[in-house]
Design a binder for this molecule. Structure first.
Ligand code: BG6
Length: 498
């Protein structure tokens, strides 16, 4: 899977819609700056920020400077000055035809002065209802059309639709204007180093592949927890909820990487072909199994660091009595030969006690003949892939504790994780911007992946809608409703913490 392959990059202009928004400030400009510092941007490039809020170049440059100072993982003031020389701002109201005409001439002038060969990468870092109006305008002024030796690409932020029907509409509009090869549907989790590493761990080590199936694996847990609440994203989040915000994208994408068959090669299409097969194999959850396989929760008030924090319903811009879920736990099955009968437990939520993302593979217990009755704890083997905040792999295995007088068998941990709190590893957005500039779509989702994951998620949302009750309340700073623990306890299992 291709990132930072150090190809000779083609020159390009990166055009950011929503350049004054939160994502651009926290992620996109810092990512571009880090690529620049690491010589991973083309020799000839320009970045055009488009927005409504700021009026001119000076304000824009000072807001980007501040964004880099606050959020960049590397700081280098003199290089920052050089980087900023490549940045330009244009005020654009997407309803205003004259603004679009100005954009066309602005880009063609920059293209000449910066010798960018007519290559434009558009980044739609805007709210979802603006996606279609923007691409329609791009087409109307001819900015989607490349010359014979140049390209036009578009990166679409998530959420890609809010259900299957709206995702289909968006996709139809997009594919009428851009080729599939030029469309980059982002799921920033795919840019996280350890998620990409799953395929390497699975397919570059002979020890794993033979045991990676229902015969040896007891179950798998995929867990994304956050300490934050909805913050200032109430208007978006209240329409969305954890199922659409996290499960449809990040969690199901992670599941495909864990469960997929070996691809024909490491090319984008071969990998995505296998991921789609996993999504197609997800067994729909029948309504009568919801009590056993689906838990939805919503955080209430709670205490964090001695301070009271608001419950979801008290947050800004949340509809009174909202039934939007901030927590989901699911028990899923991938119905194919490899995974028959192996449960995949997914859990995600806001206002949980820690921020982390982990995948736990628990192997089956031994028959218990050898150590039966000896009193030794023979714990099943576990392979934990930790994506954040630690990055790496932990393997739990049993060995004699040679330091104890009775040399009992004890579980031990081989820990190959590194803490990335010093932010040395590239951020997800760096990898993804770099790949889009190189036309490599491996780490972006193909339309059929989006389609099948919405299909799965929509069924759950529909059942919820028809239920007379809403989500279960859990106090902020706890691990969600206890029903999520009971769901595993009924199967004789528990959420594993290492
Ligand atoms: C986003 C969701 O896609 O991912 C947010 O919309 C969530 O609700 C975020 O907070 C988490 O991303 P990360 O990289 O901080 O784990």
């Amino acid at each position: 899977m291709g990132t930072f392959k150090r190809t000779t990059m083609e020159p390009a202009i990166i055009v950011i819609f929503g350049a004054t928004g939160d994502l651009a400030r926290r992620k996109l400009f810092p990512a571009l700056f880090n690529l620049y510092l690491n010589r991973l941007l083309p020799a000839n490039f320009a970045v055009v920020g488009l927005g409504r809020r700021l009026t001119g170049q000076e304000q824009f440059i000072s807001s980007v400077t501040e964004a880099i100072r606050e959020h960049s993982r590397q700081i280098a003031p003199s290089e920052c000055q050089d980087f900023l020389k490549h940045l330009f701002y244009l005020q654009l109201d997407i309803q205003n035809t004259e603004d679009w005409e100005r954009l066309v001439s602005f880009l063609s002038e920059l293209d000449l002065t910066h010798q960018t060969n007519g290559n434009y990468l558009y980044y739609l870092s805007v709210s979802p209802e603006q996606f279609v109006p923007i691409i329609t305008r791009l087409e109307a002024v001819g900015l989607n059309k490349a010359g014979p030796t140049s390209w036009r690409r578009v990166i679409i932020e998530k959420p890609f639709g809010k259900d299957l029907a709206s995702a289909r509409q968006l996709n139809q509009a997009l594919t009428a204007i851009f080729d599939e090869d030029s469309i980059f549907r982002i799921d920033h989790y795919l840019g996280k180093g350890m998620l990409q590493n799953i395929l390497t761990i699975r397919f570059a080590n002979s020890v794993f592949e033979d045991v990676w199936n229902y015969k040896y694996i007891d179950h798998i847990q995929i867990r994304a927890s956050e300490t934050v609440g909805v913050e200032d994203r109430g208007p978006y989040y209240d329409q969305t909820g954890a199922l659409r915000d996290m499960v449809q994208s990040h969690l199901l994408q992670s599941l495909t990487l864990i469960a997929m068959e070996p691809p024909l090669n490491l090319g984008a299409e071969a990998i995505r072909d296998e991921k789609v097969k996993v999504l197609r194999s997800l067994a729909p959850i029948p309504e009568e199994s919801f009590a056993a396989q689906v838990v939805r929760g919503q955080y209430g008030p709670g205490i964090i660091n001695g301070q009271r924090v608001k419950g979801y319903l008290e947050e800004d811009h949340i509809a009174p009595g909202s039934r939007t879920e901030t927590f989901v736990a699911l028990k899923l099955f991938v119905q194919n030969y490899r995974w028959a009968g192996v449960p995949f437990y997914l859990r995600t939520g806001k206002r949980l006690p820690e921020k982390s993302f982990e995948i736990i593979v628990q192997f089956k217990k031994l028959p218990g003949v050898m150590y039966f009755g000896s009193g030794d704890e023979i714990e099943p083997n576990i392979l934990a892939i930790t994506i954040q905040p630690q990055e790496g792999v932990i393997f739990r295995f049993n060995t004699k504790d040679l330091l104890s007088p009775d040399e009992r068998v004890k579980p031990k941990y081989m820990d190959f994780t590194e803490n990335d709190s010093g932010r040395t590893a590239p951020e997800a957005y760096e990898r993804l911007l770099y790949d889009a500039l190189n036309g490599d779509s491996t780490l972006f989702t193909r339309w059929d992946e989006v389609e099948y994951s919405w299909q799965f998620v929509d069924r759950i949302a529909q059942v919820w809608q028809s239920q007379p009750f809403g989500p279960l309340l859990y106090p902020a700073n706890t691990w969600g409703p206890r029903e999520a623990d009971l769901m595993l306890a009924r199967d004789g299992r528990k959420w594993i913490t290492l």
